[in-house]
Design a protein around this ligand. Structure first.
Ligand SMILES: C[S@@+](CC[C@H](N)C(=O)[O-])C[C@H]1O[C@@H](n2cnc3c(N)ncnc32)[C@H](O)[C@@H]1O
Length: 235
């Protein structure tokens, strides 16, 4: 079905090849978001202007996948998932399951359409249109439920179950700062997983999230642009 895996080229090149298949739709989406941001920045009403759609570059995704050794025993959650390319690439190239959330109807529609064009099922990658800044309790519960469903599917298909939940954020600092409380609660809710990795790109969290006293919270900065906070389950 996919010739990506069999090609003798780097992970970044494989992601580039995947992105190239949908580039027209994505560029149109990017342009429409930039236009709307110019308008909305002027009136400063729409929440999503806190972090407009801008896709992660293939090289950055490849280095994140490599650093995390992403595989079938990971579940990746992209908060502000845009056109879904990080999760779709992770599913196709690393067999990693994913849950993506975005406020933009257009982004979610495009992500779902790429999922179906690529022959993936929503058992592998599910996308939801939610506002991460709205009712935090509801967002938290829905995310926990969505990841639990993916974990159950992973456990069925892979005996060892889930190695780690990876929460990925490529959002502007204005939005990132407002997501810290939600992140903290999510990481605590997922403490029963062996590991939770919170990965930010370009913009950084002020402090590690989810770690109480005595918890195994590790912090790694990988080459300046990628930052990872890891919470290891106590054994
Ligand atoms: C910089 S883009 C990142 C896209 C994708 N994660 C990637 O790396 O390619 C940020 C995304 O955050 C979304 N976003 C902004 N505010 C949001 C909110 N309140 N709730 C959910 N998503 C939001 C935007 O619609 C946009 O698609």
């Amino acid at each position: 079905m996919h010739d990506l895996e069999t090609r003798p080229c780097s992970l970044a090149a494989q992601i580039e090849a995947l992105v190239a298949r949908h580039v027209k739709e994505t560029e149109a989406l990017e342009d429409s978001h930039l236009d709307s941001c110019i308008d909305e920045a002027a009136i400063q009403v729409q929440r999503h202007t806190l972090s407009p759609f801008l896709p992660t570059a293939a090289e950055d995704l490849a280095s994140i996948f490599n650093i995390l050794r992403l595989g079938p025993r990971h579940i990746m959650v992209d908060l502000g998932c845009g056109d879904g390319r990080p999760l779709i690439a992770a599913a196709l190239l690393c067999k990693c399951r994913g849950v993506g959330v975005d406020i933009s109807q257009q982004c979610i529609a495009l992500a779902k359409s790429i999922v179906s064009q690529e022959g993936l099922s929503d058992r592998m990658v599910a996308f939801f249109r939610w506002d991460l800044l709205s009712d935090q309790e509801a967002v938290l519960n829905r995310l926990v439920e969505a990841v639990e469903a993916k974990a159950q599917e992973a456990a069925i298909e892979c005996k060892d179950g889930v190695e780690a939940v990876v929460v990925f954020l490529y959002v502007y600092p204005t939005l990132l700062a407002r997501l810290v409380c939600l992140l903290d609660r999510l990481v605590r809710a997922w403490r029963d997983f062996r590991r939770v990795e919170v990965v930010t790109l370009t913009y950084h969290l002020e402090a590690p999230v989810g770690g109480g006293e005595g918890e195994g919270v590790l912090y790694r900065e990988c080459g300046g642009r990628v930052e990872i906070h890891t919470l290891e389950k106590k054994t």
